[in-house]
Structures are given as structure tokens and as C-alpha cells.
Design a protein around this ligand. Structure first.
Ligand code: ADP
Ligand code: MG
Length: 234
């Protein structure tokens, strides 16, 4: 198994309830998983735990045979090889598109860096926009650059947190088809978080529903708190 998340528990300091309660998930290499759940169900918190921005109180996370976190180990966020795309794009406003993408390529030699920037710009079909600044791009274009930036260092895992929330409905439909193709082309193992069932169906190889901090899918139900309504994907 490429990614193994086992019995992760987590509470925010000021919270009495567990925000994440024995969350389990196994992912194959190259798979695109969607975590589908209502606002407040703990989706973003799971991504923060995976990327190392929060530390679980118990449980373990392994990526490609390496422990990222368990009782004894905690790998720092920058050492995990995880790429992230957020709903607000989070591009650096004072940097050009090319510089935004280069920023994550710290260990690369200059020529290699330039080559990789060109490769990912081609991947998202944005070669012509290399010298623009984020405010000179539409929302959809900014989101493509955010994706290119996250993919540039060839992450072992790509996390996408409601990346379409700021796009209008037409664009959302167009870009989600595109997103799946781009990710599949790179073969990047990905977790895509959303509250939108249609987004999940369009993008994911497999959908996990999340409620009250726990995961539910068809094969493995870790903890079931409250009702569980199975989903079907064609
Ligand atoms: P989702 O992404 O599914 O909308 P979140 O993971 O953001 O859910 O939030 C899960 C729960 O944790 C919510 O009840 C939310 O209010 C709470 N929460 C989120 N961030 C914090 C924080 N920094 N401190 C305290 N509680 C938080
Ligand atoms: Mg969220």
C-alpha cells in the first residue's frame, strides 16, 4: 500500500470533541481519492495532519513505506514531499508566474529549474502566461498555476482542498475535467477534498465520505458515529 493512514485522532486545543476520530485510509500509488463531507466534518484538518501542519494525538501515517508520523516519529512538513493546492490559490502576488513555480524548486540547478517550470506550464497549458503576475490572470488561470506550482517538485502526494470554491459554476465544470486529466498524466497520488458530490464523482477514482471526523467507505468502515449513507459511483 502506497499510503497508509491508520487510526488518526486529533483535537484542536480549545475543542472538547475529537475533530478527527480514528480516521483510516489506504491509497494505492497513482490513485485519486476524494474525501467528501459537509463543512465542519474535518476534511481540511485531515489534510493538515497529512502535510504535518498539525500533529495527531495517536495513529500513524506512512507514505511509500516511510513513517511520517507515529508515536515516535514526526517528519517536518517540508521533508514530506507533499504538494498542496488551496481554494484561495495562495500564489505570491509580487512574483511572476514563472517565479511562483520556481519558488518550490529550491534544490534544482538553474537550467533544470527553468526546464521544469516550462514543463509544468505546458502541462497546464499556460506557457504564454509565464511573465504575468497573479492579478493579471483569471481565477481559473490562477488555479492552474497553483496546480503547476504544486506539481513542479514531483510530490509523492498531492493534496487539494476545495480548489474550485472560488470559481464560477461553468468554469468549475470545465476545470475539474481538466484537473483529472492533468493529474492522471503525471500519475501523482492525490487526495481531493470537497463538499460537492459532483466534483467528487468527476475527479475521483474512489470516494470516501467523512462525517464527524471519521471516514466511511464501502470496504472499510473504521468508526461509524451517526448515520452512514452509502454512495454509489458509476
Ligand atoms: P472542513 O474542512 O470539513 O470544513 P475543518 O477540518 O476545517 O472542516 O474543521 C473541522 C472542525 O474543527 C470544525 O468544527 C471547525 O470549527 C474546527 N476547527 C477548524 N480549525 C480549527 C482551529 N484552528 N481551532 C479550533 N477549531 C478548529
Ligand atoms: Mg475545509
Amino acid at each position: 500500500m502506497y499510503i497508509q493512514i491508520k487510526d488518526i485522532c486529533f483535537s484542536y486545543r480549545n475543542s472538547k470533541e475529537k475533530t478527527v476520530d480514528k480516521f483510516c485510509l489506504d491509497i494505492d500509488q497513482g490513485e485519486i481519492i476524494s474525501i467528501l463531507g459537509e463543512s465542519g466534518s474535518g476534511k481540511s484538518t485531515v489534510l493538515r495532519l497529512l502535510s504535518g501542519l498539525e500533529t495527531p494525538s495517536s495513529g500513524s501515517i506512512m507514505i511509500n513505506g516511510k513513517v511520517m508520523t507515529d508515536d515516535r516519529t514526526f517528519v517536518l512538513p517540508e521533508k514530506r514531499g507533499i504538494g498542496m493546492v488551496f481554494q484561495d490559490y495562495a500564489l505570491f502576488p509580487h512574483m511572476t508566474v514563472a517565479d511562483n513555480i520556481s519558488f518550490g524548486l529550491k534544490g534544482y540547478a538553474r537550467a533544470k529549474k527553468k526546464q521544469r517550470v516550462d514543463e509544468v506550464l505546458e502541462l497546464v497549458n499556460m506557457q504564454k502566461f509565464k511573465k504575468r503576475y497573479p492579478h493579471e490572470l483569471s481565477g481559473g488561470q490562477q488555479q492552474r498555476i497553483a496546480l503547476a506550482r504544486a506539481l513542479a517538485p514531483e510530490p509523492s502526494l498531492l493534496l487539494l482542498d476545495e480548489p474550485f470554491s472560488n470559481l464560477d459554476a461553468d468554469l468549475q465544470i470545465k476545470i475539474r475535467e481538466e484537473l483529472k486529466q492533468i493529474i492522471k498524466k503525471t500519475g501523482t497520488t492525490s487526495i481531493f477534498v470537497t463538499h460537492d458530490r459532483e466534483d467528487s464523482r468527476a475527479i475521483a477514482d474512489r470516494i470516501i465520505t467523512m462525517r464527524d471526523g471519521a471516514a466511511h467507505d464501502w470496504d472499510s468502515i473504521c468508526t461509524v458515529r451517526g448515520e452512514f449513507e452509502p454512495l454509489s459511483v458509476e
